[in-house]
Write a protein that binds this ligand. Structure first.
Ligand SMILES: CC(=O)N[C@H]1[C@@H](OP(=O)(O)OP(=O)(O)OC[C@H]2O[C@@H](n3ccc(=O)[nH]c3=O)[C@H](O)[C@@H]2O)O[C@H](CO)[C@@H](O)[C@@H]1O
Ligand SMILES: C=C(OP(=O)(O)O)C(=O)O
Length: 425
């Protein structure tokens, strides 16, 4: 199992390009199930989760080819309508095939995702929404079994803001008969990206990016060429790295408007930030960050996916910072690992209270989930000595060639194989 070996102490300097967004590419790939003509997607990140999604779609009989950051999909009749447990357990986003399968083929058997390292991941809102659209849905033996002749448009009032719930129901409604209203919809930029893709296929969706999405169902969807939006979480992770190491980094090919809450916190931490239409430059040279107060909540508030990175920042910042996690009940698995590196963090319920220390000390640590891994990488960049991060397969789910990008920015980082310290190039 690969590990990352980081020798802390080098400030990040230079330019880095943001990859395409994992959390936009995954629903868009699921939405190719709705297309009756060829689709070409560009800016698809080369990630483990993307491979898993392609494997899942291919297992159903779909035909997809990936070359670099481009994925081509050719319409082909499906041979299976199931998302099996072995795949869903490695990637919760597999649930996103539910809406498209029921909408287009009238049937789906999708494994329940269950919980994961960051907490429970219920999907009751997806199921309730499909039922409200006329599907017959049963949950048995760990599987969601959904059947429908043709889904009917409905008024769906989401009890909680759910990103994948909004996405699944939007895809289902795209081919339903009549109009669907999704109220209290998620406003994440990735929801807008999916709506834009569906509209490019011929769907009639208005209001994505607001809390009221109106979908007029159509009889069929065609094909399209579509470019996936940039990854705002990857972008934010590099910016926090620059802020923590006292560096200066420009992230190109990104979306500054998607990152308002994150940039505001980085400014509060003392960073100078300049943005252009598709780039962000952060300058923290000669300064130590100030601790900040974070409250995670649905977009446009501070994203839960940037919380671990800010825990790492607070751990070496001046003063006391708090991080309140309101989306997932168990998303502090990085904290005990940061403590092992000398961080002074106390958890009270869903709040991590951190008194910044002058420096962290390297230690062997273990990644427990995707963003926790990112937080540990950032901590390793500023720790004295060599930090060895185990279980980085979590990182590979969501960050494209992270160590190579950090290396190009001046970090002392390498991927090593198993227990050895042999670099993997
Ligand atoms: C609103 C929010 O910030 N969502 C995050 C969530 O999306 P993801 O789509 O995985 O999760 P949801 O947005 O659906 O969940 C948001 C909240 O609603 C609850 N819920 C959800 C669906 C449901 O049927 N029933 C239910 O109770 C969840 O337990 C959670 O507390 O994790 C992703 C991966 O970290 C992040 O990229 C998203 O930003
Ligand atoms: C936890 C994440 O992904 P997933 O919802 O696929 O688990 C993430 O993107 O931070």
């Amino acid at each position: 199992m690969d590990k990352l070996l980081i020798t802390g102490g080098s400030a990040l300097h230079g330019k880095v390009r943001a990859s395409g967004a994992k959390n936009a590419a995954l629903p868009i790939l699921a939405a190719t199930l709705l297309a009756e003509a060829p689709v070409t997607l560009t800016n698809v990140p080369r990630l483990r989760d993307i491979k898993t999604t392609l494997a899942l779609l291919e297992r159903m009989g779909a035909q997809l080819t990936q070359d670099g950051d481009t994925v081509w999909s050719e319409p082909r009749p499906l041979t299976s309508f199931a998302a099996p447990y072995e795949l869903v357990k490695t990637m919760r986003a597999s649930i996103l095939v539910l809406g498209p399968l029921v909408a287009r083929y009238g049937r789906a058997d999708v494994s329940l995702p269950g919980g994961c390292a960051i907490g429970a991941r219920p999907v009751n809102l997806h199921i309730d929404g499909l039922r409200a659209m006329g599907a017959e849905v049963t949950v048995e033996g760990g599987y969601i079994r959904a059947r429908a002749d043709r889904l009917q448009g409905a008024r769906l009032v989401m009890e909680m803001v759910s990103v994948t719930g909004t996405e699944n129901l939007m895809m289902a409604a795209a081919l339903a008969q009549g109009e669907t209203l999704i109220e209290n919809a998620a406003r994440e930029p990735e929801v807008i990206d999916l709506a834009d893709f569906l509209n490019a296929l011929g769907a009639c969706i208005e209001g994505a990016g607001t809390d009221l999405i109106r979908i007029r169902g159509v009889d069929r969807l065609g094909g399209a060429d579509y470019r996936v939006m940039p990854d705002r979480i990857e972008t934010g992770t590099f910016l926090v790295g620059a802020a923590m190491t006292g560096g200066r980094v420009r992230v190109n090919d990104t979306c500054p408007d998607c990152l308002d809450a994150v940039l505001q916190k980085l400014r509060e931490a003392g960073a100078e930030i300049v943005t252009g239409s598709d780039w962000i430059e952060l300058d923290m040279r000669g300064r130590r960050p100030r601790a900040v107060e974070i409250h995670t909540a649905p977009h446009p508030a501070f994203p839960t996916d940037m919380q671990a990175q800010f825990c790492a920042l607070n751990s070496i910042a001046e003063g006391v910072g708090t991080v309140t996690e309101t989306i997932f009940e168990n998303r502090f698995m990085h904290v005990p690992e940061l403590q092992r590196m000398g961080a002074d963090i106390r958890i009270e319920g869903n709040v991590a209270i951190c008194r910044g220390v002058e420096r962290l000390t390297a230690a062997p640590v273990m990644a427990t989930d995707l963003r926790a891994s990112a937080g540990l990488v950032l901590a390793g960049l500023v720790a004295t000595g060599e930090t060895l991060i185990d279980r980085i397969y979590h990182l590979d789910r969501g960050y494209e060639t992270m160590e190579q990008k950090l290396l190009a920015l001046g970090a002392n980082i390498q991927r090593v194989a198993g227990d050895s310290r042999t670099a993997i190039t």
